[in-house]
Design a protein around this ligand. Structure first.
Ligand code: ADP
Ligand code: MG
Length: 254
């Protein structure tokens, strides 16, 4: 794995929607191989920042670099092949089978995933190959999210972007899927950016936690740094939630 090498860089990246500054001059480097959690309140700019990476959003000024190259210079379809993306809300096509959903990216690019490859991707997210022929409405929420991850990995990307991938899941499923994605990240040598509003999930899964507020990166810390009180007020307010819950739970068994 190539460390000391930036997979992604933001340089004064600015995106406005009318008068709203969604992403406010963000400058940031993300090391290759790292697992980043992007945390913050609703409306803080997390999704917009993520979408500047694969050009679903074009910045008004500043730039975004993928392995040192400005993403504006990259062919968008090639960029999306190298950058897997799990949408907020997953967004499977309801009239397509699981296999067709997983293969949609390659198909748009003019190639076809083999049945073996679909089965391999399903195994990667701990689903039996028999799910390939199912329709999305025949799946549980957790299974749909797994398909979303499999689809993002179909073209063998080196970067995985996930926008609140475990949003609407029950806590047990959410925990299992989080661990599974972290294991895939490690095994495939990915660089991962996961948006979440759940600080506990961020602390447990990520190497580095970015806290966003009003379009800016308010804190950029390791989980250990956050747990030792660093990162400032906004970050510490978020860390206080799982910490107080853990304390309250510990209190019950005494
Ligand atoms: P988050 O993902 O942290 O909830 P977003 O990046 O979705 O935040 O949104 C940041 C801000 O930009 C919000 O004020 C939101 O209303 C606004 N915004 C996001 N996308 C659009 C859009 N397509 N049109 C207008 N405003 C938008
Ligand atoms: Mg969002």
């Amino acid at each position: 794995m190539a460390f000391n090498h930036h997979a992604l860089s933001f340089r004064q990246t600015l995106k406005m929607f009318g008068d709203v500054v969604a992403v406010d001059h963000v400058t940031l480097d993300i090391e290759s191989g790292s697992f980043i959690a992007l945390v913050g309140a609703s409306g803080s700019g997390k999704s917009t920042l993520l979408k500047t990476i694969n050009r679903l959003v074009e910045p008004d000024s500043g730039s975004v670099l993928y392995e040192g190259e400005d993403v504006r210079c990259a062919d968008p379809s090639e960029l999306r092949r190298r950058i897997g993306y799990v949408f907020q809300g997953v967004g499977l096509f309801p009239h397509m089978t699981v296999a067709e959903n997983i293969g949609i990216g390659p198909r748009v690019a003019g190639s076809r995933l083999s049945a073996e490859r679909v089965a391999e991707l399903l195994v990667g997210v701990e689903l039996d190959g028999g799910y390939a022929g199912r329709m999305p409405h025949e799946l549980s929420g957790g299974q749909r999210q797994r398909i979303g991850v499999a689809r993002a990995l179909a073209a063998d990307p080196n970067i995985l972007l996930m926008d609140e991938p475990f949003g609407a899941l029950d806590p047990v499923t959410r925990d299992a899927l989080g661990k599974r994605v972290r294991a895939l990240h490690d095994r495939l040598g990915l660089t991962t950016v996961m948006v979440t509003h759940d600080m506990a999930e961020a602390l447990l899964l990520a190497d580095r936690v970015l806290v966003m507020a009003a379009g800016t990166i308010e804190a950029d810390c390791t989980p250990a740094e956050l747990l030792s009180g660093k990162g400032g007020d906004v970050a510490q307010e978020l860390v206080a939630v799982p910490r107080d819950q853990a304390k309250a739970l510990a209190g019950i068994v005494q």
